[in-house]
Design a protein around this ligand. Structure first.
Ligand SMILES: [Fe+2]
Length: 284
């Protein structure tokens, strides 16, 4: 369980999520989501890797979310701007805008700089039983348990990822599987999950494992995938409107459960860069 503790003497209470993360709940209505001081929330995110603010008055719009991101640090500028609408499109060109399978990944792998923090605001979401949860895996927690032999083997693995740029991301990324966290130095996993056999998505990534034959590569991918979906390290977030969720994107990998097209699901997200910004492995 998380080490977060309850602090009953404040306007909000902090408690653990399972198997990791912290939930900060407003004790009374009308408290803005900006009330918990950024330094305190940042410290909590760095320690717990994921923080949910619930029961606060949410940002009025994307501009207010962006302003909040700027109070954390430099906000990543994408081709679409700074605020990403996580929302299924009528005719998606990329799985990012679809409702079917999405591979585990880290945000900004195809950007010049990898953001340290993701800041989400939930506007609407399906009921908890209808899918669409966001799944986050704490790779530092996972790597602390895998054993010295596996860790040593994984440290030698390099993966190549390619995606044509049909929306806001794409290119070639050559990345070690295990990388030190840019702030703490703790080992983390960087992995874009190949699409499982028999599953079809729009604009699937091409993933190859350097210096591995096809059988070896398949065995490695299966091994990493089953570790990433191990419930001991995976937190599944059921969104509620008004939720603010902030992650340590250097530590976590994430994906989204499939859900039925047509169900309401709209999140907004900004990315906050580290200080200094952390260069990605984007080639070129
Ligand atoms: Fe993502």
């Amino acid at each position: 369980m998380s080490s977060a503790t309850t602090t009953p003497d404040t306007a909000w209470a902090t408690g653990p999520l399972s198997p990791f993360g912290a939930l900060v709940t407003a004790r009374a209505p009308g408290l803005p989501f900006t009330a918990p001081p950024v330094d305190q929330v940042r410290t909590l995110v760095r320690r717990e890797h994921l923080v949910v603010l619930r029961g606060f008055t949410p940002p009025a719009d994307g501009s207010a979310l962006e302003a909040y991101g700027r109070s954390w640090g430099e906000v990543l500028e994408w081709s679409f701007g700074t605020v990403f609408d996580v929302l299924a499109h009528e005719e998606p060109e990329d799985h990012a805008f679809d409702t079917s399978f999405m591979p585990m990944h880290w945000d900004g792998m195809y950007a010049r700089f990898v953001p340290e923090f993701q800041v989400f605001h939930c506007l609407t979401a399906p009921a908890a039983t209808e899918g669409g949860r966001t799944l986050f895996t704490d790779t530092t927690k996972l790597l602390a348990d895998v054993g010295a032999d596996t860790l040593a083997r994984w440290r030698d693995v390099v993966l190549h990822y390619r995606n044509p740029k049909v929306s806001h991301y794409g290119g070639l990324v050559i990345s070690p599987l295990v990388e030190p966290h840019p702030v703490t130095g703790a080992p983390t996993l960087r992995f874009l999950e190949p699409v499982p056999e028999g599953v079809e998505i729009l604009n699937p990534p091409n993933v190859t494992v350097a210096d591995h034959g096809p059988e070896e590569a398949r065995a490695l991918v299966d091994e990493v995938r089953s570790a990433l979906y191990d419930p001991r390290y995976l937190y599944a977030h059921s969104w509620e409107p008004g939720d603010i969720l902030i992650t340590d994107n250097y530590t976590l990998l994430h994906t989204r459960e499939p859900y039925r097209r047509g169900l309401p699901r709209h999140l907004q997200r900004v990315h906050v860069l580290g200080d200094p910004p952390h260069r990605s492995h984007l080639d070129g």
